[in-house]
Write a protein that binds this ligand. Structure first.
Ligand code: PEP
Ligand code: MG
Length: 301
């Protein structure tokens, strides 16, 4: 298996008919990057920051967060690094932050929680602003469901940037984009184009489109990103993004599955963020795909 695919993992990927496809990595711990040669990927499409909030020592301070973000930016050596603001709640409870709810997946999670607890969000924002001058940082907001959430987050970033400027602390404003994982965004992506970029979270998007909880194994057969309804929405987001010149990627688990990669390419995606262990297999799937083969094998999907 470390054969044809493994040999080419250090080269950029393009389809059989020559279209470039960015293949980035998802990371969940800063230590992950030590095992990935930066030359094997096109940067980080999703850095989850929940690990910082998982300890028993309380919520992480600004310096701890800054240190974790800088480690990844230094490793990336100028390639884009997309750091997601804390996505607590739902399947990711965090002590001292999340609250018990009857329906956590439909409750106070992701950006909703960050906006409800601005004193905690502001610490992360300052760490991100201070990290930004040190690389190609992009910040991504999880679980956005209405455009006003972007406005509220942008206002907090602006206020904190002003505060840092007033104190003479080096910082920069990163590009700020959003996850597309709630159907309201996927159905009308153009309402959210004040975001600098969109990244589809197929794990949550699938569970919300099919009303099938992602953590219930008994519903596994329902929870497929290959479902035509999910693929239609992915295609909608890709098409609106392309028409408006807004970058669209996909960072859910679907991108890491070589069997699904042809469907995602056929839906119009050209940026995928994958589990590091899947880089070679995903690049091989990209190289095997072409628009012509897609017509033959996926025309009915
Ligand atoms: C997703 O929902 O697809 C995603 C990438 O985010 P997470 O799995 O962390 O919710
Ligand atoms: Mg998600």
């Amino acid at each position: 298996a470390a054969t044809a695919a493994g040999r080419d993992v250090d080269r950029p990927a393009s389809t059989a008919d020559g279209e470039a496809v960015a293949v980035m990595v998802n990371i969940a711990q800063p230590g992950d990057v030590g095992r990935i040669p930066i030359g094997h990927c096109d940067g980080v499409g999703l850095m989850r920051t929940e690990f910082l909030f998982g300890g028993t020592h309380g919520l992480p301070d600004e310096a701890t967060q800054l240190d974790a973000y800088l480690k990844v930016l230094v490793w990336a050596a100028g390639k884009p690094v997309t750091i997601r603001s804390i996505d607590a709640g739902g399947d990711k409870p965090v002590e001292g932050l999340t609250i018990a709810e009857d329906n956590p997946f439909l409750g106070m999670r992701g950006i909703r929680l960050s906006l409800a607890k601005p004193e905690i969000f502001r610490v992360q924002i300052r760490a991100l602003l201070r990290a930004a001058p040190r690389g190609a940082l992009k910040v991504m907001l999880p679980m956005v469901s209405v455009p006003g959430e972007i406005d509220s987050a942008l206002a907090l970033f602006a206020e904190e940037a002003e505060g840092l400027a007033g104190r003479g602390i080096a910082h920069a404003m990163p590009e700020i984009g959003i996850m597309v994982e709630v159907p309201s965004v996927a159905v009308t992506p153009e309402r959210f184009f004040r975001a600098a970029f969109l990244s589809i979270g197929s794990n949550d998007l699938t569970q919300y489109v099919l009303a099938a909880s992602r953590d219930n194994a008994a519903l596994g057969a329902l929870s497929s990103a290959a479902d035509p309804a999910v693929l239609r929405l992915i295609g909608t987001v890709a098409a609106h993004g392309a028409a408006a010149g807004i970058e669209v990627s996909l960072c859910g688990d679907a991108a890491s599955d070589p069997k699904l990669v042809p469907l995602l390419l056929a839906a119009g995606l050209r940026r995928l963020s994958v589990a590091p262990a899947q880089l070679a297999a995903v690049k091989a799937a990209v190289r095997a795909w072409s628009r012509t083969s897609a017509v033959v094998t996926e025309g009915e999907s």
